[in-house]
Design a protein around this ligand. Structure first.
Ligand SMILES: NC(=O)c1ccc[n+]([C@@H]2O[C@H](COP(=O)([O-])OP(=O)(O)OC[C@H]3O[C@@H](n4cnc5c(N)ncnc54)[C@H](O)[C@@H]3O)[C@@H](O)[C@H]2O)c1
Length: 286
């Protein structure tokens, strides 16, 4: 049976849009964060995402009313005691996620499906913060940014995840308009391993003077059919986050993920991408 009461923890870039796609799918969503200002910001951003989507024809005006009407923000975790599924999207920090689970544990119903949107912490490591009885109901659901536009969710069972939990997570993601794929619990899961190999080689081309970032982006768009080139995408993701992930992948898999010296220089110099006003490209202040 379809789940209708969803909780999202963390109303940042990912959590707020995960709440949005669930709400658009007709779910009742509770969304929480550390303070009211973060929740207000999230709702404002979501209204902006919906308005832009209406302008571009992705959404109808009534979708906005319905989606925002289905999202209830709260600072009271006690309100999560009736949730059928909870998606955690707090900071990418094992201690903060562990502390969040410790607070949720006495509140959530025994059979609640619990997922983490972590992009780099092994699911089995996060699962260890739950008591043994909860672990079969815990797994990873790795959404991609921006969640409202990107179709994929990597669904990652941990060692103790029950098969019925994987099935229910697939159903929930599908109902939210996404396409889930099952991925083993390895560092970087699948998409990050592929994309970082590609980005590292793209930076190597620039270091060797083979082509400029602009020309490589053009080549990738027109020669590979990608909607956006690697340098424009790294600027969106932020170069500092990209370097952090490459360091994690390097530690796990060795030299094939060795971050390029140019990337380290860019980050050291604050060329972090679109939000910083400069990265592989220059940007007008937003
Ligand atoms: N940014 C991406 O492109 C991306 C992609 C896939 C997965 N992820 C993962 O998604 C998760 C969230 O990332 P994000 O980019 O949305 O980060 P973000 O910094 O935009 O948002 C995190 C939010 O969590 C809130 N938060 C922190 N501690 C909290 C707590 N104890 N209780 C409630 N709220 C708390 C913060 O106030 C913030 O609003 C991370 O695990 C990240 O690795 C990010």
């Amino acid at each position: 049976m379809s789940m209708t009461k969803i909780g999202v923890i963390g109303a940042g870039m990912m959590g707020s849009e995960i709440a949005l796609v669930m709400a658009l799918a007709g779910k009742h969503v509770r969304l929480t964060d550390r303070d009211q200002a973060s929740l207000d910001r999230a709702l404002k951003n979501l209204a902006g995402v919906l308005d832009k989507g209406i302008q571009r024809g992705f959404y109808k005006p009534e979708d906005k009313t319905r989606a925002l009407g289905n999202i209830e923000t709260t600072l009271d975790l006690g309100a999560y005691r009736d949730r059928e599924a909870v998606v955690e999207a707090v900071f990418e920090d094992e201690a903060i996620k562990g502390e969040t689970y410790r607070k949720l544990e006495p509140i959530l119903p025994a059979n609640c499906l619990i997922t983490s949107n972590t992009s780099s912490i092994p699911i089995t490591v996060l699962s260890s913060y739950w008591p043994a009885a909860r672990r079969p109901r815990f797994l990873g659901t790795h959404f991609f940014s921006p969640v409202s536009r990107m179709g994929l969710v990597e669904v990652i069972p941990g060692l103790d995840t029950a098969e019925v939990t994987v099935k229910e997570a697939f159903a929930l993601c599908t109902e939210a308009g996404k396409t889930p794929v099952r991925i083993k619990d390895v560092v970087g899961f699948a998409v990050n391993r592929l994309i970082h190999i590609f980005w590292i080689e793209a930076i190597r081309l620039v270091e060797e003077g083979v082509a400029t970032p602009e020309d490589i982006d053009t080549a990738c768009k027109l020669g590979m059919g990608l909607p956006v080139g690697p340098f424009r995408l790294m600027d969106g993701v932020t170069n500092n986050l990209t370097l952090d992930v490459q360091e994690i992948l390097h530690k796990a898999y060795g030299d094939r993920f060795l971050p390029r010296p140019l990337m380290k220089q860019m980050v050291k110099a604050g060329y972090n991408g679109r939000k910083a006003g400069r990265g592989w490209y220059r940007y007008e202040k937003e």
